[in-house]
Design a binder for this molecule. Sequence first.
Ligand SMILES: [Zn+2]
Length: 262
Amino acid sequence: ASAQTGKPPVSISMPDLPNVGSLISDEETPEGSATPLSTLGMTAADTEQGTAGAGEALRTRIMAQVEQQQSQAETKAAAEAVAAAEKQAAEAAAKAEKEAKAKAEAAKKKAEEEAAKKAEAERLAELAKQYTLPTSSYTLSSTFGQAGAYWSSGYHTGLDFAAPTGTLIKAVHTGTITSAGWDGSYGYKTVLTLDDGTEIWYAHQSSISVSVGQKVNTGDVIGRVGSTGNSTGAHLHLEVHSGGSGSGIDPMAWLQGKGLTP
Ligand SMILES: [Zn+2]
């Protein structure tokens, strides 16, 4: 007998493969068989020849172990792929939800803006019933703030309604006449003071038909268009002095704020 005769398979060294020992442990032996793995199916001659048969069996089992580990690796990779897909789906869902929310908020904001716009239009329409333009059949010949040497202040302080001499001038709103008479470059001028303190100045009139202290209502005739004072042609020069301001404000903007379109 050689020195290797009867050498047990456990001595086969394959350090790179894990759990080799467990593959040949007693626990791995098939139930009901007490035959050691190393001698299973072997003849005496086989045994005499060495452990070739047992080595083959071990190799087969090791390969099975390797395949199992490969299978486990594939399972892990598959699980990771599933997790990645689920994460991607969750992110897509979150993005879609965020976009839907932003869209809903934009729609809500738009609806609110339209409602506010509609309410403002209704408010101006109601105001327009209480206010009126100062004259009719006119042409706007000069606007507020226009620069020019013609005006003593260097710029135009009112809004000019060009109309034939004698055209009726009306109270733009309910108020009280606080001034009526000659006023230098303004010519014949009437001042209507509204309940909120706003003063409406009518200048260059050809005639005045109200007196100081008189109460007037919207649309009441207070005088006629002319070209008195510093004027080069028949027109109504209208000024608006809000809260007693000296220089006045833009009559166009003020009238528009009352729902009117000069
Ligand atoms: Zn003017």
